[in-house]
Design a binder for this molecule. Sequence first.
Ligand code: ZN
Length: 131
Amino acid sequence: MCYNLSIFFNKGEMMCIFCKIVDGEIPSNKVLENDDFIAFHDLYPKAPIHILIIPKEHVDCFQDVSVDTMSKMTPFIQEVATLIGVDKSGYRLITNNGVDGGQEIGHLHFHLLGGGKLMWNHLHEDNRKSI
Ligand code: ZN
């Protein structure tokens, strides 16, 4: 269970930005969609290609995802990589889990980054516990 993430309650209504994208309440620049998953371009890309891949069913975080969902999500992600042409050149796949993992939206999502040689920068804040 991932605590303190972005399931906010507003006037008794659950608000999750990715569930709203799934429902079509918030538009997204879709790359691929099937019955279970959606892939769409990140609004704030960190690389020439930055795609977010989410399950349509709300799952808080990677720690909570089922084997069944991941068994379907893996080939979907591979299909996205092939579709956008980074399956041969390479890409980075990231999921941030929970607060210390840097997860900003409390709905499981994978970042697929590519389109150029990616760097691997210092990954933790100096004033926090070392890892
Ligand atoms: Zn959600």
